[in-house]
Design a protein around this ligand. Structure first.
Ligand SMILES: CC(C)(COP(=O)(O)OP(=O)(O)OC[C@H]1O[C@@H](n2cnc3c(N)ncnc32)[C@H](O)[C@@H]1OP(=O)(O)O)[C@@H](O)C(=O)NCCC(=O)NCCS
Length: 423
């Protein structure tokens, strides 16, 4: 099995989550990813949320598998020389330092392009270069807020009517995946042009790209003043912006998250059920839910009619779900062709053997620590299955990488003495 990115060398000057999620995927697809880390410090996540003092944190491990690590002080002349040599030997250079940091150190797109015109340059920042916030540092919640996710997530009234973050890393890993698309396209383009290009991905854009349907809603609101699919506004009193929609399905089909048996003590005893618009599918769902009369009652039997009585439908469906476990509900409704899914807690997901079987969850044997669980490569290729390998210890590959670009043992000893690389 030939790895798709076999022979591609990546200089990975990224940290925390956004950049590392991208370069980990490149590594899984077969690229040689060399992670540049600050001398004696490394990626900040090595030291964050520690469950075993003295060992790299799970946060770091889950985002840096299959990479090599070199400690390098890029602020020294020798460190800059080493980084330049590495870039000259590379296909892709990726960075996500704070705005202006790489430029100040002499590794802007223009600098790198001069060093190696074939090298593709990937960069992540919170905001686009033309944004009024271009110079602002960004973490996950900043991007979720600026990209439209927080304003449209959460409850529409009561004390919890506040902008709310998603638990999914829309700002970080999602940005990494967007950058990955750009880098893979740039590699294909380089085959034709012989030249690397600049791939810039802002976290704001990556979040916004996933909020496309909320922009759709804004345009509808601007045009007709109401959003008929949001039943929480039966009086049709909308403001000027798309409101938060709780658990309403994003389109005009009727979806909701329902309580199941045990909800009083189990925070995830819920199921999501979608009632499709199409008459046959709706009738089948009504039968399965013990409400066959809805299929012929004009109050319920058209999508337009249902929009007006959503709260009543929710109540009726919940009378059914609340007496059954979420597994029972999904089993019965799933067999009846009703789109539905259990709300799964992380404790349940981590134990789900079917996810291990298909390689979604993977157990990795990490030096010093032992086994930890991570999420493997999500796309499954028929021609190649990545082997998820441990994350590197800080600076573990410094000597090997320096030798590959021509440095001798004596050079390396001097770099070490001068703190250009690790001790
Ligand atoms: C994540 C972020 C907020 C952290 O900001 P930060 O705390 O200033 O950390 P940075 O690593 O960017 O910079 C710290 C310093 O380390 C330096 N540094 C980083 N790697 C180095 C190395 N190998 N050698 C020498 N110096 C190094 C930087 O040049 C910077 O120095 P400066 O402050 O003198 O300019 C910021 O990097 C950022 O906004 N990144 C872009 C958006 C992003 O990806 N955010 C999501 C992360 S999940």
């Amino acid at each position: 099995m030939t790895a798709p990115l076999q022979g591609i060398k990546v200089i990975d000057w990224t940290q925390v989550q956004s950049g590392p999620s991208c370069t980990q995927m490149l590594a899984w697809l077969g690229a040689d990813v060399i992670k540049i880390e600050r001398v004696g410090v490394g990626d900040p996540t090595r030291d964050e949320l520690l469950d075993k003092p003295g060992l790299d944190g799970i946060y770091f491990l889950q985002l840096n598998c299959n990479k090599r690590s070199i400690e390098l002080n890029a602020k020294t002349p020798e460190g800059k020389e080493i980084l330049t040599k590495l870039i000259k030997s590379a296909d892709i250079f990726v960075e996500n330092l704070h705005p202006g940091a790489a430029d100040e150190l002499g590794f802007s797109w223009d600098d790198v392009h001069k060093m190696n015109p074939r090298c593709i340059y990937g960069t992540i920042k919170g905001f686009n270069e033309d944004s009024p916030y271009a110079n602002v540092k960004a973490f996950e919640p900043v991007a979720q807020c600026a990209g439209g996710a927080a304003a449209t997530t959460g409850w529409w009234d009561g004390e919890y009517n506040v902008p709310t973050q998603s638990g999914a890393a829309l700002g970080d890993s999602n940005t990494g995946m967007h950058l990955l698309i750009g880098l893979l396209a740039a590699l294909l383009q380089r085959d034709k042009t012989g030249e690397g290009c600049y791939v810039q991905q802002s976290m704001q854009d990556a979040v916004l790209n996933l909020c496309r349907i909320k922009l759709r809603d804004q345009l509808i609101l601007d045009n007709i003043g109401v959003l008929t699919h949001l039943p929480e506004y039966p009086d049709e009193k909308f403001g000027k912006t798309v409101p938060r929609a709780g658990n309403v399905e994003g389109g005009q089909v009727l979806g909701w998250c329902y309580k199941c048996k045990g909800w009083e003590t189990d925070p995830n005893a819920y199921v999501y059920i979608v009632l499709q618009n199409e008459a046959k599918a709706f009738a089948e769902a009504c039968t399965a839910l013990g409400k066959p009369e809805w299929a012929t009652d004009p109050k319920f039997n058209t999508p337009a009619a249902r929009q007006k009585v959503k709260p009543e439908i929710w109540k009726g469906v919940e009378e059914y779900t609340i007496t059954r476990t979420k597994e029972e509900v999904v089993d019965i409704l799933g067999k009846a062709g009703v789109p539905c899914g259990p709300v799964l807690g992380m404790d349940e997901i981590a134990k789900d053997q079917s996810l291990y079987k298909c390689g979604t969850l993977v157990e990795v044997d990490q030096p010093k620590r032992g086994k930890f669980v991570t999420i493997g490569c999500p796309p499954k290729l028929s021609s190649f299955t990545p082997e998820v390998k441990p994350a590197p210890l800080l600076g573990a590959d410094t000597d090997a990488v320096l030798k590959e670009i021509g440095y001798t043992d004596a050079d390396i000893a001097k770099f070490r003495a001068d703190h250009v690389v690790c001790k």
